[in-house]
Design a protein around this ligand. Sequence first.
Ligand SMILES: [Zn+2]
Length: 108
Amino acid sequence: MNQEARDKLVEAELAGVKQIKGNFSHSGGRCALGVLGFGLGNNNAKELMIKYGFIEHKLCKCPLLNTDLDTYSCSTRMTETQLVVHMNDDHSMSFLDIARKFPEPTNG
Ligand SMILES: [Zn+2]
């Protein structure tokens, strides 16, 4: 996730976008990937991944793994888009927290 994506999430937080889980977009709300445009209209997921610096097949680790907020679904082997969904849905992290805590990718 590059700085542009982080900025977009912060912008959504400041604009008061309603944050939802389990869906890109629903009833005016959006999940973190939905804020970045995934799953909306005719956006191409591959183009969005390039635009926002998501590196396909690179795996990263949940920043809450082995903390007291660890959940059964925390892992060291999630792709970046999977991790965005995990932070949004499983940890209920705000757009701002996702923007601030999303790790740099590591070699899987
Ligand atoms: Zn986790």
